[in-house]
Design a protein around this ligand. Structure first.
Ligand code: ADP
Length: 198
């Protein structure tokens, strides 16, 4: 098994690269999806979050009220730590389960938006970073429906390109066209994945 950690700032093109890698046969493990799954309605994860933060973080339909929870943890680092202490072990456990289900010779790509921020680079055989210059990312995020100020604030709250580059084994430049990105993904697959010894 080859374990690849895929990361990049918001709007850099991680999800796009993830789809391209899936099309080439990789098994994708999506950290954002898992983080939602472990606190879905009816889960022990959601029950633990409600127990810790009160019934106001559960919406009328039984799902997690994310804005309400964000308000609680926004200005309270201790509350944030408590939340992470509940959610992170559940995410790690579910991630390990999914990786264990992949075939022994699989190429497993963990799509982890906050890989650098959460210091997880050493968990992977290879760290793949997707980059695009900031104005390109803002333009794409606005096209995706975000307000420009929101896009800029989210970019500013994340790690910098330099911090991501410092842990990268391979950097893909997604400032150009999707075709140019696909060519880089093909090259990465041929050089780093297809040619690896079994
Ligand atoms: P991330 O997962 O890193 O937030 P996405 O892969 O969702 O980024 O890309 C952000 C947005 O930009 C999406 O709407 C996507 O379709 C678009 N996009 C990605 N790469 C390109 C590209 N090379 N040219 C034009 N649009 C792109």
């Amino acid at each position: 098994m080859l374990r690849i950690g895929l990361t990049g700032g918001i709007g850099s093109g991680k999800s796009t690269v993830s789809r391209m890698l899936a099309a080439r046969g990789a098994v994708i493990v999506d950290a954002d999806l898992i983080a939602r799954e472990v606190v879905a309605p009816g889960t022990p994860g959601l029950a633990a979050v409600v127990e810790a933060f009160g019934p106001q973080v559960r919406a009328a339909d039984g799902s997690l009220d994310r804005p309400a929870l964000a308000t609680v943890v926004f200005s309270d680092p201790e509350a944030r730590r408590r939340l992470d202490g509940i959610v992170h072990p559940l995410v790690r456990h579910r991630t390990a389960e999914l990786v264990a289900q992949a075939p022994a010779d699989a190429v497993v790509v963990n799509d982890v938006p906050l890989l650098v921020e959460t210091d997880q680079a050493s968990s992977y055989d290879l760290v793949l970073v997707v980059e695009a210059d900031q104005e390109t990312r803002v333009t794409r995020l606005v096209q995706r429906g975000l307000h420009e100020e929101d896009a800029r604030a989210r970019i500013a709250a994340q790690a910098t390109d330099e911090q991501r580059r410092a842990v990268a084994d391979v950097v893909l430049d997604n400032s150009g066209t999707p075709e140019e990105l696909a060519e880089q993904v093909d090259r990465f697959w041929a050089e780093q994945v297809g040619s690896r010894p079994d």
